[in-house]
Design a protein around this ligand. Structure first.
Ligand SMILES: NC(=O)c1ccc[n+]([C@@H]2O[C@H](COP(=O)([O-])OP(=O)(O)OC[C@H]3O[C@@H](n4cnc5c(N)ncnc54)[C@H](O)[C@@H]3O)[C@@H](O)[C@H]2O)c1
Ligand SMILES: [Zn+2]
Ligand SMILES: [Zn+2]
Length: 361
């Protein structure tokens, strides 16, 4: 029997979001219905509302979530009702050319639930990143559910479902930060701060946080930055070089995703160093670099999709590190809010006041 629950809808471009009754079908083959316990508010939700992702309104927003599996469809063996799970937006297929080459974190054919959730009048909803978790319950592909230790708080666990995983993974997976490395992170929102936490976890010796907002720089210090640079007042390339013996950092992570920050990352890294782009650019952005510099400076220019994570490998490991007190994920939760306060949370996000607002159910 399909169920009626509350969900937060973005009805049209730049229209305020609102709580509506939505219909969640029973899980079909390979699907699961999850009762949501917590869901973080991410910049991508705001992008959906603004029409910046695509025009498939109405959207069912929310995608940084954790909850309890309520029911599963035919053929689902990895999770069972009652499991505590974090939802992921890259359920790997196991069969595409990336998966077959043993690199499933790049899976080129990730999947979501086949059935649609709808409004009560039958209008089909587009769930944000194939999740749609600003809702009491949501329908996903079973592969989007990753079991983790249920003793963790749902508010913290949900954040690993998107921005925090993207940032940690940008450092430890894509950037392959190692013990003793120097790392610079440009843009210290939720993603950049998670990259800082990831670099600390990996044993980086020097972690330089760069932002245009001093408030963000003081939070970055709490996350593990050893040095900070306000790039509104200072040239970040010169500052990072000065802090690294004149050489530049081994790994520079751009967690903003603009041509100017990418160029800063490119020139602030040491010879043969690595640039990681984890911030997401918009379609009109263009990058111009002297090709000779691309050649002459060597090293690697990489992009980080979802922190190049493999949810089944990385989520349980990071939750365990958190529970052991070795990774402070609580620090990412600025406030907890109710389902009808998301519009307010967007405003606070826009004002730069919060790292993450998390809806508790
Ligand atoms: N690659 C992925 O899979 C993935 C996943 C989640 C989010 N993201 C992207 O990561 C980016 C960051 O997300 P977030 O949630 O941390 O956003 P956020 O808005 O919380 O943080 C952005 C930070 O960048 C700073 N900033 C802005 N312009 C800057 C500049 N010119 N120089 C230095 N700092 C600057 C802001 O002050 C802010 O602290 C976004 O583009 C988001 O879409 C990527
Ligand atoms: Zn695949
Ligand atoms: Zn997100």
């Amino acid at each position: 029997m399909a169920q009626e629950v509350r969900g937060v809808i973005a009805p049209g471009k730049n229209e305020p979001v609102r709580v509506e009754t939505i219909i969640v079908p029973d899980p079909g083959p390979g699907e699961a219905v999850v009762r949501i316990q917590a869901c973080g508010v991410c910049h991508t939700d705001l992008h959906y509302k603004q029409g910046g992702i695509n025009d498939d309104f109405p959207f069912l927003l929310g995608h940084e979530a954790a909850g309890i599996v309520e029911s599963v469809g035919d053929g689902v063996t990895d999770v069972t009702p009652g499991d505590f799970v974090i939802l992921n937006w890259r359920a790997v297929c196991g069969q595409c050319r990336a998966c077959l080459r043993g690199r499933p974190w790049y899976c080129f054919n990730t999947h979501n639930a086949k059935q649609k959730m709808t409004l009560t009048d039958g209008t089909e909803l587009s769930p944000a990143l194939g999740i749609g978790a600003f809702a009491d319950k949501t329908l996903v592909a079973a592969g989007q559910c990753t079991k983790v230790d249920p003793s963790v708080s749902p508010a913290v666990a949900g954040l690993l479902g998107c921005g925090v995983m993207a940032g940690i993974g940008a450092a430890i997976n894509t950037g392959a930060v190692g013990r003793g490395d120097s790392v610079a992170v440009i843009g210290c929102g939720g993603v950049g701060d998670a990259a800082i936490a990831g670099a600390r976890l990996a044993g980086a010796a020097k972690i330089i946080a760069v932002d245009i907002d001093d408030r963000k720089l003081s939070t970055a210090q709490r996350m593990g930055a050893t040095h900070t640079v306000n790039s509104r007042d200072n040239d970040p390339v010169e500052a990072i070089r000065a802090l690294t013996g004149g050489n530049g950092a081994d790994v520079v992570i751009d967690a903003v995703g603009r041509p100017e920050t990418y160029k800063q990352a490119f020139y602030a890294r040491d010879l043969a160093g690595t640039v990681v782009l984890v911030g997401v650019p918009t379609p009109e952005m263009k990058l111009e670099l002297p090709l000779l510099d691309v050649f002459g400076r060597g090293g690697a220019l990489k992009s980080s999709w979802y922190g190049d994570c493999l949810p089944s490998r990385d989520f349980p490991m990071l939750i365990d590190l958190h529970l052991q007190g070795r990774l402070d994920l609580d620090a990412f939760v600025t406030e907890t809010i109710a389902l009808d306060e998301i519009e307010k949370a967007f405003e606070r996000m826009h004002g730069g006041d919060v790292l993450r607002s998390v809806v508790l159910f």
